[in-house]
Design a protein around this ligand. Structure first.
Ligand code: PBG
Length: 359
């Protein structure tokens, strides 16, 4: 408990700048029981009292995987340092990430336009790009966690996360397809499926589908509070769904940025339906939600530093406005302080490298 200030401390604070105190003109002296600057005085002291720290084991690395013969430039123009990797490049990068102590990857496929259809059926095919990547990674880096996104947007010709009927995304029909997609990815060997589609009832349906297929050991990471955010732009360009989506948006299923209480309801429902972990997305503009979710439910709460957040930091540092590394680390600490247990970030490998060698 903080002691209330005594009279002389109060008086001391009442001294106006420049005002003389008795005979001591040059060295005014405050009688303070508490001087918080004492514990900030030296690096070793700050290290001792720091409440939150980033570890490599907090990080999940989202990666883009492409076909060997994809003619598109592998670089993502607005995300310096991020590349769309072929399966064999990904295997090498994944082994490095594992060696750096990163626990898991989140896989996002870049699907050829010729394989995209209105119903996104390619998502359910056992030989699709994601499943081939999962099998190669499980074989080469067996102890690395693999998280597969469950949503149809990389596979649909219209770029929406679900099936379009009369201008709307048909919830229940989409959920049936997502169940097939989740089982397909789990059978390929991923340990976690992560529905990012925001259909109602999908977590429960996916849990039943996994269990029915004998996949009770596969976990569900629910993108529980996913907002209809403008910060996903670079991601949509990277997976090639931006062109398909055109001027359309996802506001009939992703959450309205004006809502906070509704995020708690989304999380409560996903937990009831069987989510093992929940996620808040995007990250920095939604730190209040991360904090409320963690405080209210006390369950593993992940946060996604999305493509636009990464692109902003990169662009500002390129422009000479911000110091990239310091700002990135500060963003990571903000997630930890807000209560996040794990952070999805495109910068995971460089962060893990810095943590090993901070110079
Ligand atoms: C799609 C999906 C999106 C992201 C992850 N999964 C984009 C969207 O909802 O349009 C965004 C990730 C990012 O911006 O980094 N289901």
């Amino acid at each position: 408990m903080l002691k209330p200030m005594n009279g002389s401390e109060q008086d001391a604070l009442d001294v106006a700048p420049g005002q003389s105190i008795g005979t001591e003109v040059n060295a005014p002296h405050l009688t303070l029981a508490r001087r918080l600057r004492r514990r900030r005085a030296a690096p070793w002291m700050r290290d001792l009292v720091r409440e939150h720290a980033l570890l490599a084991s907090d990080l999940i690395w989202p990666v883009f995987v492409r076909e060997d013969n994809d003619p598109a430039d592998p670089a993502v123009s607005t995300m310096p340092g991020v590349r769309r990797l072929t399966i064999s490049e990904l295997v090498t990068a994944a082994a490095e990430a594992h060696a750096l102590g990163i626990p898991a990857l989140a896989l996002f496929p870049v699907i050829e336009a010729s394989r995209k259809t209105p119903d996104g059926i390619e998502a359910t095919r056992p030989d699709n790009l994601v499943c081939r990547a999962v099998r190669a990674l499980r074989e080469a880096v067996p102890n690395l966690g693999l998280i597969c996104d469950v949503a149809l947007d990389p596979f649909t010709s219209h770029g929406q996360d679900g099936i379009l009927r009369d201008g709307d995304i048909a919830n229940d029909e989409t959920v049936a397809m997502l169940c097939r997609q989740a089982v397909n990815q789990a059978q390929a060997g991923c340990q976690v499926v992560a529905p990012s589609d925001m259909m109602d009832g999908r977590v429960g349906a996916i849990r039943r589908a996994l269990d029915g297929a004998g996949l009770t050991h596969v976990s569900i990471l629910a993108y529980a509070a996913k907002y209809a955010s403008a910060y996903y732009g670079p991601f949509r360009a990277a997976v090639g769904s931006a062109a398909q989506l055109g001027a359309a948006d996802k506001r009939t299923y992703q959450m309205d940025p004006g809502n906070g209480d509704e995020a708690l309801l989304e999380v409560a429902l996903d937990l009831e339906e069987g989510a093992d972990f929940v996620m808040v997305k995007p990250g920095m503009p939604y730190l209040d939600i991360v904090h409320r979710v963690k405080t209210r439910f006390g369950v593993p709460t992940f946060v996604y530093q999305v493509s636009g957040e990464y692109a902003m930091l990169q662009a500002a540092s390129k422009a000479g406005a911000l110091a990239y590394k310091a700002c990135l680390l500060e963003a990571m600490l903000s997630f930890k302080r807000a209560g996040a247990d794990a952070i999805l970030t495109y910068a995971a490998p460089e962060l893990a490298r810095w943590l090993q060698d901070p110079t």
